[in-house]
Design a protein around this ligand. Sequence first.
Ligand code: 0RA
Length: 656
Amino acid sequence: MPKKSGYDASNIKILGGLEAVRKRPSMYIGSTSKAGLHHLIYEVVDNSVDESLAGYCDSVEVSINKDNSITVVDNGRGIPIDIHKETKRPAAEVVLTTLHAGGKFGEGGYKVSGGLHGVGVSVVNALSEWMEVTVRRDGEVYQQSFERGNPKPEKRTKDKTAEEKTGTKITYLADKQIFDETDYDYETVAHRLKELAYLNKGLKIVFTDERSDKKKSETYKFDGGINEYVKHVNEGKDPLYKPPLYMVYEKDNIFVEVSLQHCKDYYDENMLSFVNCIKTKEGGTHVAGFKTAFTRSVNNFAKRYGIIKSDNETLSGDDVREGLAGVINVRIPNPQFEGQTKTKLGNGEVKGIVDSIVDEGVTNYLEKNPAVGRAIIEKALIAMRVRAAARKASELERKKSALDTATLPGKLADCTERDPAKCELFIVEGDSAGGSAKQGRDRMFQAILPLKGKILNVEKSRLDKILNNDEIRAMITAIGSGVITGLRENGGGEEEKEEGLSAEDIAKKLQYHKVVIMTDADVDGAHIRTLLLTFFFRYARPIVENGNLFIAQPPLYLLKKGKSQKWIYSEKELEDTFKKGGKEGVSIQRYKGLGEMNPEQLWDTTMNPETRTMLKVEIEDAESADEIFKMLMGSDVVPRKDFIYQYAKKVRWLDI
Ligand code: 0RA
């Protein structure tokens, strides 16, 4: 029996496979969470950036509107609006309703994302409650709207100004039926748009947020391109030379540009790499080519100028890149993305190309600026000597055998289990908490390392000082020095591994697969936790990236009523508990320090794997994390003050 339904023609007729997109959106945009929502914006903007790369567009405006819809306007050629032969429909309608139709009209060249996202604006259309497009080209203004991908009749108006003033305007509202969340995060979108502006020299991107009463608008336009990006990364630091060392190459549809700048008072390495405007977090052939060539050219210069004499004294890649910030920006026609997160460039041919560009660029630059060359090498030599001295000075290699326990830090209460995969190391603040933890733990698989008060702020110290610090030495020795990145050896000009440790390397070298930071639930505890996180982020990042670092969650309160008791882990839980059960006859005890709990309590609440909650530390975005650590822990006071003023109002101080 035919049933009446809410369907009308517009619901049924979805052209060109867009229903598949609505059925399995994550296949096309990765997820339907916030990341997927932001992805829609990037998808539309990428098309405008493609127009800019093709040389037809120099301005893109992106707005989050009051009703949470998104508008992207560009002054490119405009999506073609002539009648498409096969479908007898306007080309713009075909582009917006057919999967991957965009490419049929475009000619050659590189597409912004080519491969990773780059699914096309039709996907955005399919996942929008509604979309409106306005195209100005060929002396016409073309307008059309869509509902969940279904086109409505188009309107055309003759307009002389649309012969010269061309472009595309797309407005859409992400579909609440599809997305779990429809609230855009200003900072995330702003960061991506700014990044695109750096990577596309001279392109103006205006970002406006109309949602709040206080309208926000920012304009990004960088005539210096990635040189300005590097300057931005190095803001607040003391550069070894100015302007950054820049090189560029374009031939046979391959574009490569690299910008580099060392800083005197900085000891980490901060290289960012992109392929077709996608950040290649996992590196790849372009990064490998860069590293090999850079190490080789610097070493050659050092030998030619007699700064390094003996043949067996060679600066390693880590040495020459200490304190180096840089951006590698590559565009190629058919990028192959590999790796776990598909952010590693696989194209083999790119390695040699980047290698020869960097070799030539750096060699020429150093010839012309020998004083800079000397300064870079001096810095690298110090790095090399510090690394060598540090290796010798501290007996860092620890083998987990009974014989070797002599080299373990005295304060470490090790566990019995020898298989690191089953072992946990609790890094505990203070001796009294350490005492409770030692008594409360399961000594079979839980080791305790008590630290004396606050560890050194590694953000402001250099490696030799860091390694002379007893608390840090104890941590490195206990964890296993092989995972400490600042100490890894890298053979000079030889082929270098272009990425950090693999998961297997880490598994082999790490002595405890769970490293747990356990500090008091007060301000000092939070400070110590931050100092420890800074250390791990700067010097043991592989274990953070590999998911081996955790934060223990000790309770804040113990509630007692008659014979029953309940541990409370957050202010919200306290509120909820009172709301539900009332406060009548309840005694509250605030637990400020781990040391206030007796060993059994500490086991029950915080250490027992059956009942505890732990937070796993993850790095969402290494670049933003780098900026935050620099700001919170570095020597520049002004940005930290600004941060505190901005966020202090929003913070609910847990300490009462
Ligand atoms: C298909 C073909 C051409 C351009 C575009 C699509 C295009 C799409 C978008 C989306 C936002 N802005 C856009 N601008 C252009 C090539 C046009 C030609 O050959 O004239």
